[in-house]
Design a protein around this ligand. Structure first.
Ligand code: URA
Length: 244
């Protein structure tokens, strides 16, 4: 790989800036200053340093974000804050993007990466990657709803969903005598507003939604809302295995 490509990918600057840094003697490869920023280097074997700091090259990043409400699952938008705005500058050079979408008001697990192949595999309908959501639902969610979801329900556009697993966790009675059900729903597809529309199809309204899992990946309970961390090697390996 060309030295300027490697450093550019790692966010050290534009090609012309890197050319200038090299001319100024700031870039070394295996201890020797390299004036030609077009030199070929082996990112795995060569010791590349910028201004005395080792450059740890990697092509891909895998980020777990605890998405807060109020930001959209996009890389850029003229009006709204996006999930990318929650990442620090030194992650942006990798050009991560969200794997699938959560609604603006949905919270929870969102994976961001620049690995197009893994993203594609995780979203491919034929892979049926399960996703589990926690929801607060207005109304009394019953065993009839559990049975309906297990068969598949008909959405407002006539689409019949794949079987989904609904677990009723608890119920909350409001002072108004209204009941709010706390549930977990596992689906293996990703239609637009799917969870909300599945409950609408049984006459109930989701008032809070949070994604807990995507395939083998679980939202880290220690990760505060709005924060992110990179996946561990084990988490990445399990995701890769789930899609292979
Ligand atoms: N289903 C929804 O309705 N919204 C989401 O954000 C995710 C799944």
């Amino acid at each position: 790989m060309r030295l300027d490509k490697l450093l550019g990918h790692m966010g050290f600057g534009s090609r012309s800036e890197i050319k200038r840094w090299a001319k100024a003697g700031l870039i070394t490869v295996n201890g020797a200053a390299i004036k030609d920023s077009g030199k070929q280097v082996d990112p795995d074997a060569d010791d590349v340093q910028f201004d005395g700091q080792k450059v740890e090259y990697r092509e891909y990043v895998y980020i777990m974000l605890h998405k807060p409400p109020g930001v959209i699952s996009a890389t850029e938008d003229r009006r709204e804050r996006t999930v990318i705005d929650l990442l620090p500058d030194d992650m942006l050079c990798f050009e991560p993007f969200p794997v699938g979408r959560l609604d603006k008001d949905t919270e929870g697990l969102l994976l961001l990466t620049n690995d197009g192949k893994l993203s594609h595999e995780l979203l491919a309908p034929r892979k049926h990657v399960p996703k589990t959501y926690f929801a607060r639902v207005k109304g009394d969610v019953t065993e009839d709803d559990v049975a309906a979801m297990a068969l598949g329900v008909t959405l407002d556009d006539g689409y019949v969903t794949k079987p989904a697993q609904l677990v009723i966790k608890s119920k909350e009675s409001l002072p108004t005598e209204e009941v709010i059900s706390h549930i977990e729903l596992t689906i293996t597809e990703g239609k637009f507003h799917q969870v909300k529309r599945m409950f609408e199809s049984v006459g109930k309204q989701v008032v809070y939604l949070k994604r807990l899992t995507m395939g083998p990946l679980q939202l880290d309970s220690e990760l505060p809302i709005g924060q992110w961390r990179e996946l561990s090697e084990d988490e990445l390996a399990s995701l890769q295995q789930a899609t292979s």
